[in-house]
Design a protein around this ligand. Structure first.
Ligand SMILES: Cc1cc2nc3c(=O)[nH]c(=O)nc-3n(C[C@H](O)[C@H](O)[C@H](O)COP(=O)(O)OP(=O)(O)OC[C@H]3O[C@@H](n4cnc5c(N)ncnc54)[C@H](O)[C@@H]3O)c2cc1C
Length: 370
């Protein structure tokens, strides 16, 4: 069997890329190992053009947000499914000073296109502490990533183009024009292996900066708010009476287990935001595939042009992947240049340093011959 692309890993990145290439008429085999953990399984899937305390515009927001909207709704329409939930984000001010500072930020038309002051704050005040009013961020929402991944998996299973299992790099036979894996000949293998990419011998030279995150699911009675509320933590209404509360960011204890500290942190934060009682019913943890320069990793291997990567999506996989998958497809299929900010060629020297270091070590280990 010969195919165009083997996509290794089916989190949000692998799902979006596999769909993109399939829609361009390519033959795709999508592989995922259920035995390996996935950040997408823990993600809230929020897409938010203005983030942080300073309402910083998400990198490339003007391109990413219209694109993701069309991308996800197109899949919904084609497959008659629902997983994309456009919703405003309500950000209560913590003080008069914060209100003044935020309103000053809205003087910038680039920021103002995504947000405005909220005047119906009483809609929220039964459940949320918001005595200083708030701000509404628009063009935001959330992707039910678990549902999206399940739908894409079903689509490829139906086409007989899905394989459940792990791709071991030592099983890949890489040659100049093709790769072979098991009995499949592949034009290009693209790794969408999330933070596991940092252990992948083909791409472990890329500077990852993994960030652990935890999230709670809680029941809450009498919570009529439809928007996502965000102030230090977010409260995402999943369905009536059920919300998600998140998320933590830690750079230590990089394991996939939930922790008492994570839960305590989120509960403390949410207690200064949520007025009504809630009960935690689940807790999840994941590791975000973040990168040192906070830009994703796209492109082909410096020496093996039949192997590539689509990763490093950090805390924004849901918003970054649709547009970036399009860019990668344009690169692979039409030869268009990748954005230098995301192209892994920016780190090529690290690859050759690693390779030369390994060679030097080998030479150093060679026994002397006299
Ligand atoms: C608590 C938390 C909250 C978050 N909230 C948001 C949010 O609101 N919005 C947002 O956009 N992002 C959010 N994120 C970030 C988001 O999870 C990531 O950006 C995204 O999931 C990364 O997707 P990925 O497909 O690159 O990696 P992953 O989801 O980790 O997927 C990688 C997949 O590859 C598979 N795999 C790896 N190696 C192999 C192999 N050799 N063979 C076969 N399969 C393999 C794994 O099984 C896994 O399924 C959050 C993350 C966390 C932890």
């Amino acid at each position: 069997m010969t195919i165009d692309f083997l996509i290794v890993g089916q989190g949000v990145a692998g799902s979006v890329l596999a769909w993109t290439l399939d829609q361009r008429g390519c033959s795709v085999l999508l592989v995922d190992s259920p035995a390996l953990p996935s950040a997408s399984g823990a993600a809230a899937g929020i897409v938010n053009p203005l983030t942080g305390r300073k309402l910083v515009r998400t990198w490339n927001a003007d391109k990413l947000f219209p694109f993701l909207h069309d991308f996800y709704t197109d899949i919904e329409q084609q497959l008659n499914v629902r997983f994309f939930h456009p919703k405003n984000i309500y950000r209560p001010f913590r003080s008069e000073a914060e209100r003044a500072a935020y309103l000053a930020l809205l003087d910038d038309p680039e920021t103002a296109q995504y947000a405005h002051e909220t005047f119906d704050n009483q809609l929220y005040s039964g459940c949320i502490y918001n005595e200083f009013g708030g701000l509404t961020v628009t063009r935001s929402g959330w992707i039910d990533i678990t549902e999206f991944v399940r739908i894409v998996k079903g689509y490829f299973i139906k086409k007989n183009q899905y394989y459940e299992g792990e791709v071991l790099t030592n099983e890949l036979i890489i040659s100049e024009d093709t790769c072979t894996w098991k009995d499949v000949t592949i034009k290009k293998v693209i790794f969408c292996d999330g933070v596991q990419g940092s252990q992948n011998p083909l791409f472990d030279w890329l500077p990852y900066n993994p960030v652990k995150g935890e999230i709670l699911t809680a029941t809450v009675e009498h919570y009529p708010i439809k928007s996502i509320v965000n102030q230090g933590v977010f409260i995402l209404p999943l369905r009536p009476g059920l919300v998600r509360i998140g998320a933590t960011y830690t750079w230590h204890d990089l394991n996939w287990q939930t922790s008492d500290e994570g839960r305590a942190f989120l509960e403390k934060k949410v207690s200064s935001l949520l007025r009504v009682p809630y009960t935690v019913v689940a807790q999840q943890a994941g590791i975000r595939p973040s990168t040192k320069d906070r830009r994703p990793f796209l492109g082909l291997h410096p020496e093996h042009g039949t192997v590539g990567i689509f990763g490093g999506m950090g805390s924004k996989g849901a918003s970054l992947t649709p547009y970036l998958a399009h860019q990668l497809a344009q690169h692979l299929l039409e030869g268009e240049d990748l954005d230098p900010a995301t192209n892994i060629s920016r780190y090529e020297s690290l690859y050759f340093d690693k390779k030369n270091g390994a060679l030097t070590a080998q030479v150093g280990q060679r026994p002397h011959q006299t």
